[in-house]
Ligand binder design. Sequence first.
Ligand code: ACO
Length: 321
Amino acid sequence: MTAKIAGIGAYVPERIVTNDDLAKIVETSDEWIYSRTGIRERHISTGEGTKELATEAARRALLASGVRPEDLDLIILGTSSPDHNFPSDACGVQAALGAVNAVAFDISAACAGFIFAMNIVQGFFMAGVYKTALIIGAETLSKVTDWGDRSTCVLFGDGAGAAVLKSSEDGGILDMVMGADGTKGSALSCTSRTLGNFLLGTAPQTGFMAMDGQEVFRFAVRKIPESVELLLKKTGISRQEIKYYVLHQANERIIEAAAKRLGEPMKKFPTSIARYGNTSSASIPLLLNEMQGRGMLEKGDTLILSGFGAGMTWGAVLLEW
Ligand code: ACO
């Protein structure tokens, strides 16, 4: 049995913040941001948390799939900006949806979170443990962004994307890869809450996101083609058979560099980063949702999805739509 996408949905906060808006709070410009990242604007929450964004995206995915909340066996939410340390936002989504029969948990794999969630579901389906799952990538990175740091605050946006997966005898996920390298953890990090201990007499501190942009760039440009090549080799599927490569939307320059290394034309790499910025775990389902809305996806299409992020983590899926 394999995991097949039965429905997809997405949701972003209403408020749009343009590059020109950011140029009013830090020393930057639309020209600098767009030429280095491909980003024009992003959606930023004015109060909705990760759980609310996730719930709305999930509702839309359920509607698209025709699956009722009570039919779900499993809910996995990939996020690196949860509203709580506990309870998990996945449990909050479960309650909001009334998915009374689903086990629910969050996973932390940063921008690879949606792919990791998909691969975990595939494992459960292959083992015959569950049959119907909801996976979500949702972020409100705006709350862990240092809005005085121009090197990071221009990059990210808030949003959520979700997919309902059903166990199927054919099609769906054909193969997957996942990896992690904890030795590169400092390249992209965000301390949540640290210290605050009566023995040390310290007050709790909250951290913001910090990034070594060039290290992340080099890592991504190496790992995306590596994962794609590995999937093609494992499945015996040729590049010509891949209709689209749906990559995590971190930076348009990363996508261009990966396309070049793979020797594939940019038209096979759809993007949405210009309008959403980097929405971390949400970027792949957000893009898939847009592609479907535009009629770009047809039953039987072969796609590769690829995510990479803090950890460092990476993962890719080869699937039949
Ligand atoms: N506006 C204007 N100037 C800026 C800005 C900004 N927003 N940000 C940095 N600068 C300046 C720096 O201060 C520096 O100035 P200096 O030379 O006077 O010191 C100069 O621009 C160059 O800075 P770099 O950090 O070296 O810029 P770089 O060319 O590497 O571009 C970028 C930065 C776009 C982040 C690039 O490193 C990159 O794309 N990295 C990939 C990382 C990425 O996309 N991360 C997203 C999250 S990670 C993920 O999703 C997995």
